[in-house]
Design a protein around this ligand. Structure first.
Ligand code: KIV
Length: 276
């Protein structure tokens, strides 16, 4: 309503794969963060984020698991539905979790289709390059927007035995370039590249037509993503150097919890104005 009581249109234009490609072509950086719940999703959307990823990082920062492996397709659907329902502008993309797309292309497509049907997400993401090219081709070929994810791939962390940067040898760098090209050729609309040297990320970004979204991959990617709980200083179990802290919410929340407990114990909460 305006001041005269007339209804004012608040139509918001949704970000789509096309907007994302136009941003890359125009040299406008794409800003992405993760969300798993309604409050954070709404705040991100209102703040103007371009892509909200319902990452399988929810396994770590929401469920408290050591890796992303345990989170299930049903759990991803539950969180993605919540995030999609509250988001008006951002493009909501959701991770296909471990074991939901690795067994066969048909199963991957069925699971991608299920997540799209049940959540109103606008796209899915899978980890892998050439290894998942057939999945990307099928999913994208059937009309589902799909993002690839190369470099450090948290679903394969047990195989690599740690979080060291990827693409640091010539052979690994060449393989990552081949992976990125395979994803583009298979129909991915963007590629997340995680924890690789900035020079290699620039080479990949320059080679590809589709956007690259970097995380720990330097400033030359078409966009950037962080796990929201990391950049807010809420999840402190790992502190990789690529995470810039924009807030210190753990400290702030702990201070509030201690103050509340102390006020309850001392009888200063509630006071008269907080009572009926
Ligand atoms: O699961 C996740 O949050 C991710 C991003 C960090 C890229 O994959």
């Amino acid at each position: 309503m305006d001041q005269q009581g007339n209804t004012v249109s608040t139509k918001v234009t949704r970000i789509t794969t096309r907007t994302i490609q136009e941003m890359k072509d125009a040299g406008e950086r794409i800003a992405c963060l993760t969300a798993y719940d309604f409050l954070v999703a709404r705040m991100l959307d209102d703040a103007g984020i371009d892509i909200i990823l319902v990452g399988d990082s929810l396994s770590n920062v929401f469920q408290g698991n050591a890796t992303t492996l345990p989170v299930t397709l049903d759990e991803m659907i539950y969180h993605t539905k919540i995030v999609s329902n509250v988001t008006r502008r951002a493009m909501v993309v959701t991770d296909l979790p471990f074991m939901s797309y690795q067994v066969t292309v048909e199963e991957a497509f069925r699971n991608a289709g299920r997540i799209m049907k049940e959540t109103n997400a606008l796209g899915v993401k899978v980890e892998g390059g050439r290894r998942v090219a057939k999945v990307v081709e099928k999913v994208s070929g059937e009309g589902i927007p799909i993002i690839g994810h190369i470099g450090l791939m948290p679903q394969s962390i047990l195989k690599y035995g740690g979080y060291r940067p990827r693409g640091t040898s010539e052979q690994e760098a060449a393989e990552l370039i081949d992976d990125a090209i395979a994803l583009e050729e298979a129909g991915a609309f963007a590629v997340v590249i995680e924890k690789i040297p900035a020079t290699l990320a620039k080479r990949i970004t320059d080679l590809l037509h589709i956007p690259t979204i970097g995380i720990g991959a330097g400033a030359h990617c078409s966009g950037q993503i962080l796990v929201t709980h990391d950049m807010l200083g809420l999840f402190e179990d790992f502190r990789p150097r690529f995470v810039r802290r924009y807030a210190a919410l753990t400290e702030e929340m702990e201070r509030a919890f201690r103050a509340y407990i102390s006020d309850v114990k001392s009888g200063t909460f509630p006071n008269d104005s907080e009572s009926y």
